[in-house]
Write a protein that binds this ligand. Structure first.
Ligand SMILES: Cc1cc2nc3c(=O)[nH]c(=O)nc-3n(C[C@H](O)[C@H](O)[C@H](O)COP(=O)(O)OP(=O)(O)OC[C@H]3O[C@@H](n4cnc5c(N)ncnc54)[C@H](O)[C@@H]3O)c2cc1C
Ligand code: FES
Length: 326
């Protein structure tokens, strides 16, 4: 029996590992029959078993749904997390569980003849799925891809992008390397892409840069045409003063949440180990019941004031003293 056979679980076997650079690997996966095709730009949740415990992490699919296999590309994060483990251990034949793909960061949701893709670092991954799929569909529209990197060595998929340019006549690639030209100020966006206001725009990269670009689009009244994929949750505003006391019922332990921490980070800093997956408000692994107090969701801005409401620890901050079922 092949290891990916399962009555109901979506499993995938690693067929090939490619080291893209010192910290980034791509895994080509062969999923079993339960996998339904993704829409380019969507992400999936990968289940990885490490020392007998299954961990769940979210990755964008970086291949086109028309490819024979499925590709994910992951950059190793500092610390001893899942990406670091995969970087050290992922190899041909290894089997992972997969969720079906999800997400609305897709071209199908916002069809347009004129596109701007803005990618920094590993934020290029969902765009690789989109571009490969546009090649497959013989797309002739106009695309500007602005790719930010530290230097040319750090520029992910540079070979594949050069190939894609040969097959997509309307693709213009603008590379901005911070080692050569320092950080790209948002004011330069309109100089680099003069017809930016007429384009449907897509943004994916580190959260600080995404916040700057998103604020620039807001200021120029262009936010309606900007679509964003966040790899992490918005940060709490550190301008707010003070610590808030949190009581964890099950652990019988009290800790404080600093103004620049989420509840998940504060609990972890206090030595608790709440389960988590995406740390971005998507997978709901970190759901926790709040018994008492007021919290604010950083993504929606909605406050939870009623007792016994469920909150997602990774995207929630305390606004008063709290009691949690943790
Ligand atoms: C929609 C989406 C798509 C994504 N697509 C991709 C992709 O295509 N490629 C890719 O490389 N990544 C992608 N990511 C990011 C990826 O999911 C994370 O890099 C990955 O989950 C990191 O897992 P890890 O176990 O290695 O790190 P974790 O151990 O989970 O740490 C992740 C980060 O969380 C913080 N952290 C961890 N523990 C603590 C703690 N105790 N206190 C405070 N902070 C802490 C650190 O800043 C760390 O860098 C995506 C994320 C989302 C939400
Ligand atoms: S860890 Fe995924 S929603 Fe919180």
């Amino acid at each position: 029996v092949a290891p990916v056979c399962s009555l109901n679980e979506t499993l995938a076997r690693v067929v090939e590992r490619i080291d893209e650079d010192a910290n980034t690997i791509s895994l080509w996966l062969k999923p079993n029959r339960h996998w339904q095709k993704h829409t380019p730009g969507q992400h999936l949740t990968l289940g990885v078993e490490i020392n007998g415990r299954r961990h769940f992490r979210v990755f964008s699919v970086s291949s086109s749904p028309d490819a024979r296999l499925l590709r994910i590309t992951l950059r190793r994060q500092p610390g001893n997390g899942v990406t670091n483990w995969l970087h050290q251990h992922a190899s041909q034949g290894m089997v992972f569980s997969l969720s079906q793909s999800t997400g609305d960061f897709t071209l199908a949701q916002h069809p347009s003849k004129s596109l701007l893709f803005m990618a920094a670092g590993s934020g290029i991954t969902p765009f690789m799925a989109m571009l490969n799929s546009l090649v497959h569909n013989h797309y002739t529209g106009d695309i500007v891809l602005l790719q930010l990197c530290r230097d040319e060595q750090d520029r992910l998929f540079r070979g594949e992008l050069a190939d894609l340019q040969r097959h997509l006549p309307g693709l213009e690639l603008i590379v901005h390397s911070s080692a050569e030209k320092a950080r790209l100020p948002c004011e330069q966006l309109a100089e680099l892409v003069p017809d930016l206001a007429e384009r449907t725009s897509y943004l994916c990269g580190p959260s600080g840069w995404m916040e700057e670009v998103s604020a620039w689009f807001d200021t120029h009244d262009l936010s309606e045409q900007l679509h964003q994929e966040r790899f992490s949750a918005p940060r709490p505003s550190s301008s707010k003063d003070g610590n808030t006391k949190v009581h964890a019922n099950q652990a019988e332990h009290s800790f404080t949440q600093g103004a620049d921490q989420t509840l998940l980070e504060a609990a972890e800093a206090a030595g608790l180990q709440p389960p988590y997956g995406c740390r971005a408000g998507l997978c709901r692994t970190c759901l926790c019941q709040k018994r008492r107090g007021t919290t604010r969701n950083l993504v929606t801005g909605i406050r939870s004031k009623q007792p016994d409401e469920w909150i997602q620890l990774c995207i929630t901050v305390a606004e008063s003293e709290l009691e949690l079922d943790l």
